[in-house]
Design a protein around this ligand. Structure first.
Ligand SMILES: Nc1nc2c(ncn2[C@@H]2O[C@H](COP(=O)(O)OP(=O)(O)OP(=O)(O)O)[C@@H](O)[C@H]2O)c(=O)[nH]1
Ligand SMILES: [Mg+2]
Length: 302
């Protein structure tokens, strides 16, 4: 299955929840009906695109309709796909992993899907012939390292782990040493999810970052914030606090398949100003897709 089909399936619940189908909505466009714009706004807000983001997008559509003198529903629909796709284009969508090794730091509150996403990412890198090493820096629970070990086996990559309760930064230190000795391409770091308080979180992430910059000066680091799409606007609130604690380079939005709130993608890109780089559409090893703004907007709006 390609991106479009997987995303379409992933968005099934979101689309079911829309009271009116997008095609019907756009065919109701007759040029000057305010009701059309109101319905469009309501539908997007219902899909959790957020009031602010929705208002901005629909206002822009009004302008474009005027500027280009659009009359037909299909033209208006295409114009809106373009507007929404533009909102999703925030900086670099791919991962910048040129240095050997490069590092991916996975952060986010508990249960959002960090460990699962690491497994999926690792599998896709090893399939591309890259050498991957996982660092089990979630030392809060022994089960966390166990779970990551299972994923390392599935993805056929190596793992560095310590005892439960040990220092996460020490795990990262050892992982870097192992990666340099073995000429590993990519180190992926799992971190603990509990957001005890913002100060602790900041300290822990800073300590890990300091080890990385000291041991691998100038290396590429991607810090990916994992967000659970089912939490909708609530997740957005948590994300803002992570953005203050770490230099987030991208978002991975998981569980798109289990939510009626797929519109949250637009609010993330617009309100956080961070690119969504991947979406999770299931629990399987192949259920992670690199994000494509154009196709995503089309899958939701057509
Ligand atoms: N349906 C669906 N389930 C997912 C997806 N990603 C993760 N999950 C499930 O979400 C649950 C939590 O995933 P984990 O990877 O353990 O989450 P975590 O962020 O590592 O959690 P902590 O280590 O407790 O902080 C698991 O049951 C996963 O199978 C997804 O894209 N779709
Ligand atoms: Mg985990």
């Amino acid at each position: 299955m390609g991106f479009f089909e997987k995303i379409k399936n992933g968005l099934a619940k979101t689309k079911q929840n829309m009271t009116i189908s997008m095609n019907n909505l756009f065919s109701s466009f007759t040029g000057e009906n305010e009701e059309f714009f109101d319905d469009l706004e309501d539908t997007l807000i219902l899909a959790d695109a957020g009031v602010e983001t929705t208002t901005k997008a629909v206002d822009r559509l009004r302008e474009v309709v005027q500027e280009r003198g659009l009359r037909g529903g299909a033209e208006v629909q295409s114009a809106f796909v373009e507007i929404m796709a533009d909102m999703l284009r925030r900086g670099r969508l791919d991962l910048e992993l040129r240095s050997i090794p490069s590092v991916i730091l996975m952060v986010g509150v508990n249960g959002v899907g960090k460990t699962t996403t690491i497994g999926k990412l690792a599998a896709s890198f090893t399939a591309q012939g890259k050498k991957v090493l996982l660092a089990a820096a979630d030392t809060f629970r022994a089960a966390a390292a166990e779970q990551l070990t299972v994923w390392a086996q599935r993805a056929r990559c190596e793992i560095v782990r310590h005892e439960e309760g040990s220092d996460p930064a020490a795990v990262v230190f050892d992982a870097i040493a192992a990666a340099m000795a073995r000429r590993t391409d990519i180190i992926i770091v799992d971190t603990a999810g509990r957001l005890h308080n913002k100060q602790n979180l900041m300290n822990e992430l800073n300590k890990i970052s300091r080890v990385i910059t000291r041991e691998l000066p100038g290396c590429n680091v991607e810090t990916l914030l994992v967000m659970d799409a089912t939490t909708g606007q609530n997740g957005l609130f948590q994300a803002k606090s992570f953005k203050e604690a770490a230099d987030i380079t991208g978002v991975v939005l998981t569980k798109l398949d289990g939510t009626a709130k797929g519109g949250i993608v637009f609010a993330i890109a617009d309100e956080l100003d961070i690119p969504v780089k991947f979406v999770g559409v299931g629990e399987g090893i192949d259920d992670l897709m690199p994000f494509d703004p154009e196709k995503f907007a089309e899958a939701l709006l057509k």
